[in-house]
Design a protein around this ligand. Structure first.
Ligand code: CDP
Ligand code: CDP
Length: 263
């Protein structure tokens, strides 16, 4: 069997991790594991089961049980019954026990509540277990016949530092908060997801506020906070198009693959 080749992509909210990972997963035939989506799925499960208040041990235990029982899978949209015509590039669909929750977990209610779960060590441990399982799972993306490796792109906040510290190549993708808020706002509008639970429109200012708050919490969390791995390739994308970022990341990956072939 082919050697596993792990690409770690970390960075703050809406810096472009998913867009880059989704585009390159299809282009390189690599599996894409979106760790943020796992925290979002856990949040959806907590809301559905009325378990957001995880300071109670009973709730935390129940939540861990639910996470253990729930199958989270990720794959290209082709494997999903719902096609997202609003996103004009390859995108990864997220399934919870087979249910397509891709749009549901992108909604602002989920985004606002992820922090309650992401700060709890037991939930992080359960999430990391799922990430490792997914990395070992069957690649639903079309693999390339000429590929010399079994490639996986794992994206999140702590992939290069905590989850896969021995990844073959690491990236840290960042951009100014305002640029990220603008991108996320445009994306939500394009997907028709710029409304809250009451059906009221969510504006750019709210998105910016949310991003600043999440930056703060991601950076100051005690367990696996967001920080650059020493050996990460840092890309500031504030003034780059998605194509330009994809090009930079792809050429670094191809260079690393060529180095490995020489060994
Ligand atoms: O796409 P966006 O950057 O808005 O968020 P995400 O990557 O989907 O992650 C959702 C939330 O999960 C973030 O606010 C992070 O706080 C948390 N997260 C985390 O704690 N650790 C990770 N490896 C990935 C996400
Ligand atoms: O995964 P993460 O939260 O880091 O960000 P994302 O969801 O991939 O990116 C947010 C939005 O910014 C997407 O709609 C991208 O197409 C767009 N974008 C980008 O990712 N990179 C750029 N250089 C420009 C726009």
């Amino acid at each position: 069997s082919l050697r596993k080749f792990i690409v770690a992509i970390d960075g703050p909210a809406a810096s472009g991790k998913s867009a880059v990972s989704e585009t390159l997963a299809v282009r390189l035939g690599f599996l894409h594991v979106n760790s943020g989506a796992i925290y979002r799925c856990a949040t959806l499960l907590a809301i559905r089961n009325d378990l957001l208040d995880l300071q109670f041990k009973k709730n935390l235990d129940r939540m861990r049980e639910i996470l253990k029982e729930t199958k989270i899978t990720m794959g290209p949209l082709g494997t999903s019954p719902i096609k997202n015509e609003n996103v004009n590039r390859p995108s990864t669909a997220i399934f919870l026990n087979g249910e397509n929750v891709t749009d549901q977990i992108s909604k602002i209610e989920i985004t606002k509540n992820v922090r309650f779960l992401a700060k709890i060590p037991e939930i992080r441990a359960a999430s990391i277990e799922k990430q490792r399982e997914l990395v070992q799972s069957k690649n639903l993306f079309e693999t390339r016949a000429d590929s010399k490796v079994d490639g996986v792109i794992v994206e999140g906040r702590d992939i290069g530092t905590a989850v896969f510290p021995n990844a073959d190549i690491k990236f840290f993708i960042e951009a100014e908060a305002k640029a990220r808020a603008k991108r996320r706002f445009d994306e939500l509008v394009a997907r028709g997801l710029n409304v809250d639970i009451n059906g009221d429109p969510v504006d750019y200012e709210q998105i910016l506020e949310d991003i600043l708050q999440r930056d703060q919490e991601d950076l100051t969390r005690t367990h696996s906070p967001l920080r650059k791995a020493k050996d990460a390739i840092v890309i500031d994308t504030s003034n780059l198009s998605l194509d330009q970022v994809v090009g930079k990341v792809e050429s670094s990956i191809l260079k690393r693959l060529a180095e490995l072939e020489e060994d």
